[in-house]
Design a binder for this molecule. Structure first.
Ligand SMILES: Cc1cc2nc3c(=O)[nH]c(=O)nc-3n(C[C@H](O)[C@H](O)[C@H](O)COP(=O)(O)OP(=O)(O)OC[C@H]3O[C@@H](n4cnc5c(N)ncnc54)[C@H](O)[C@@H]3O)c2cc1C
Length: 391
């Protein structure tokens, strides 16, 4: 990739910077790295923020114009993320819609599905959740048991999903269901779009270590879904899901790096304000994190270049997710060490940065689990990228 910017690109950067300076709502600025997405009020604020971003033309910039994007170049996309981090702006709320389902529908969806959903993903009119994991199907996702049985033009769904982020506020979900139980494990799975308001769906929030309830159990009891909602072919949903998961590990990690950079910039300020910036050990650690963050960005550029040139994310995208989760946890730990015992204070006048660091340290525990656990990603990299023997 060419890192020299043209005059037009420099002008674009200035345009975003000016826009962000006046448009990021005060209550969201600086709260991007450890804010709750579980509470309905927080979700409403973030939904409105995505709408504002979209109206200004800054959501899905890399999407082709026929799907509501700008067909922007990698450089413009990167500039947007850099400037959002600089302005301490939060990421768009509809992350799984934007970076997972959107690209999946563009590749595998019918014309009707693209026409119905892509624009609503961009505007946050439809918030999406991902119904993949089940009590006995997490890392071993192909073990999923939720059944879908054809009844004329409908599929009738029965089963249970778990850890479904944002299901309690989502309008729609993309689900994996078993349509042929007699087929081999990875066959007989179908990818289907479900309206979360359909009768028979019960969503029960699960409270996490952070205290918020961002994810949920989802029970499906004779839920009738139009057969036209199947994405790709019936019984061939595993291939569709692989596309979605690859985008999750690659593109979504790139979006998540906005939060990481936000947190890092804030950590530097915190270190200065507490007079810890003269401590050589702290300086060394922050330099290490800074270099790590730069390496993560460069690796992200490499993946994004490939995608924007028409390629698809491959197993090597797992390096970004693996490295991001490591950095995320290191950063949270460093902040905890810099702040000392006050890092445990969740709110009130003694809580630094309004308790965001306490929240962040607890939230970071999940980084090595969501979107593929650390162990599974190491397996993928070892076996599928490095060609190491399976045992
Ligand atoms: C914050 C958060 C949000 C999430 N959001 C969603 C969501 O929106 N939608 C959704 O569908 N899912 C979601 N998940 C679920 C997530 O995808 C799963 O938690 C993850 O895939 C791991 O599955 P599991 O929890 O069942 O753990 P298990 O698969 O039971 O794993 C338990 C432990 O065993 C290890 N392990 C398992 N198999 C192997 C192996 N073959 N080799 C080495 N080690 C192994 C794992 O690494 C892990 O440490 C979310 C999870 C979190 C933490």
């Amino acid at each position: 990739m060419d890192f020299d910017f043209t005059d037009a690109q420099q002008a674009f950067r200035q345009e975003i910077r000016t826009w962000l300076a006046r448009s990021v709502p005060g209550e969201l600025r600086g709260r991007g790295f450890a804010s709750s997405r579980g509470e309905p009020e927080a979700v409403a604020r973030l939904r409105a923020w995505q709408r504002t971003l979209h109206k200004a033309g800054y959501v899905g910039m890399d999407w082709p114009p026929e799907y509501g994007g700008r067909g922007a170049s990698l450089v413009e996309q990167v500039m947007l993320y850099e400037e959002m981090a600089r302005a301490q702006a939060p990421q768009p709320l509809n992350r799984s819609g934007l970076s997972m389902l959107g690209p999946t529908l563009m590749k595998h969806g019918s014309a009707a599905q693209k026409g119905r959903h892509l624009d609503r993903i961009l505007t946050a009119e439809e918030i999406w959740c991902q119904g993949f994991s089940e009590p006995n199907a997490g890392s071993d996702l192909a073990n999923l048991q939720t059944r879908a049985v054809l009844d004329s033009d409908w599929y009738v769904l029965n089963g249970q999903k778990v850890w479904t982020s944002l299901a309690h506020v989502a309008d729609m979900g993309f689900f994996l269901v078993r349509t042929d139980p007699s087929a081999a494990k990875h066959k007989g799975i179908t990818f289907i779009l479900v309206d979360m308001k359909t009768p028979g769906i019960t969503v029960r929030p699960l409270r996490q270590i952070t205290g918020e309830a961002e994810f949920n159990e989802v029970f499906l009891d004779n839920v009738r879904v139009p057969a036209a909602n199947v994405v790709g072919k019936v019984n061939e949903g595993w291939g569709v899901a692989i596309t979605t998961l690859a985008y999750e590990r690659d593109l979504l990690t790139f979006i998540r790096s906005i939060s990481l950079r936000n947190a890092l910039q804030r950590l530097v300020k915190l270190t200065q304000s507490r007079g810890r910036n003269t401590d050589p050990v702290v300086r060394q650690k922050i330099a290490e994190l800074w270099i790590g963050e730069q390496a993560l960005q460069l690796n992200g550029y490499r993946s994004l270049t490939k995608i924007l040139k028409g390629g698809a994310p491959g197993p090597e995208g797992s390096t970004s997710k693996l490295f991001w989760s490591h950095l995320d946890q290191e950063l949270a730990l460093t902040a905890t060490q810099v702040i000392g015992p006050y890092s445990q204070v969740a709110g009130g006048r003694w809580a630094p940065d309004e308790g965001q660091w306490q929240f962040y340290e607890l939230l970071a525990r999940a980084s090595g689990i969501r979107a593929g656990t650390t162990e599974i990603l190491k397996n993928i990299l070892g076996e599928r990228v490095l060609g190491l023997p399976k045992d």
